[in-house]
Design a protein around this ligand. Structure first.
Ligand SMILES: [Zn+2]
Length: 165
């Protein structure tokens, strides 16, 4: 099959701006677009994604901290939900187990600071070197930790501290 070119047509409009007002039809140069550097006219190259390898040490620390947080939360909730905060006195009277309450307050302070630290570390601006698992686990455990602290303090406040003489 043969193609016969019947008429060779010059450029009627610029290939870049699709306008003809600044185009020289003989040279095919558009006065408007020739000033744009060639690199800018090229298709934008895809941005090279830099793959950052998660740090094993950092991820390990967060996973460990999360598990500590998880255990503390479970123990705290167990103490709060169990009836061990109240022990029966010799004559069947209820007394408050102040020792256990002190322990609960102490580990809750620890839980709160630990949870906030993990949460900060897993936040978008700080989790660059954390593995996906570490971030997910950290967010879950610190969330549970904060929730537990809230439950512990609310429970202590309403159930025991109001009884103080
Ligand atoms: Zn042009």
């Amino acid at each position: 099959m043969k193609f016969v070119i019947l008429r060779q047509k010059g450029l009627t409009r610029c290939e870049v701006c699709h306008k003809s007002d600044q185009l020289d039809p003989v040279s095919g140069i558009c006065l408007r677009c020739k000033q744009i550097p060639h690199e800018q006219l090229e298709m934008a190259k895809p941005i090279e994604a830099t793959v950052i390898k998660p740090s094993v040490v950092e991820s390990g620390l967060i996973i460990l901290a999360s598990l500590v947080c998880l255990v503390i939360s479970i123990v705290s909730l167990g103490i709060v939900l169990g009836s061990s905060l109240i022990k029966l006195g010799t004559r069947g009277e209820e007394t408050i187990n102040w020792f256990l309450i002190k322990v609960l307050i102490l580990i809750s302070v620890f839980n709160l600071s630990f949870s906030l630290l993990i949460r900060k570390w897993c936040s978008e601006e700080c989790n660059l070197y954390l593995s996906y698992l570490a971030v997910i686990l950290g967010k879950f455990c610190s969330g549970l930790g904060l929730f537990t602290v809230l439950i512990v303090y609310l429970s202590l406040y309403f159930r025991y501290l109001l009884w103080m003489p």
